[in-house]
Design a protein. Sequence first.
Length: 70
Amino acid sequence: MATRKLGEVVQQLREARGMTQDQLAERAQLSVSFVSILDGGQSRNDPSPAILARLARALGVSAAKRTEPS
């Protein structure tokens, strides 16, 4: 998944749950700066599967791979 799109999804899910970047970082056990960079779509690399799993758990969603329709 492109990092920009992932960042948009993370931001939308976070905001829908009324969470700040600080709260998401704490729940996912990540640094606030990492969440901020990801949330803004500025990360140069896609996060590892372990990081994605932590974000998913913190946001209450599945980390299952989603495929885009052709």
